[in-house]
Design a protein around this ligand. Sequence first.
Ligand SMILES: [Cu+2]
Length: 129
Amino acid sequence: MRTRLALMLLILGLASMIRCTAPDTDAPAADAPAAAAPATTDQESPPAETTTYTAEGTVRSVTPSGRHVMIRHEDIPGFMHAMTMPFAVADTLTVDHLERDDQITFTFEARDAGHVLTEVTILGEEAGK
Ligand SMILES: [Cu+2]
C-alpha cells in the first residue's frame, strides 16, 4: 500500500516534471530560429546589408592614420541628408592625397559596421581655401 502510494507520488512527480519540462521541449523549436540566426546573418552580410552609394562632398579632414576621412557630403537620396560625418577607408584605398576642402565624388559601402569608402575622385578645391 505504501509502496503503491510512493509509486503514485513518483509518477505524479514525474508527470509534473514532464509538464514542467514541456515548455523546454518547445525550446529546441525556439532554439531553431536562434541557431538559424547566425546562418541568416552570414547570408545577409554580403548581399543584402551592403549597399553602395556614390555622392559628392567636401573633405573636412583625414585622420593621421589615413583610415578615416571626415566628409561633408551632399544629400544622398534614399539614404541620408547632407551632413558632415566620418567614413572608414577601405583597405584597398589610399587617401594620402586628400586634403581639407577637396571637392570629391566618392563611393562608399553602407555596411552593418559603418560606412566604408571604396573610391574617391577629386573634383577640385572649394573656393576660399
Ligand atoms: Cu551622412
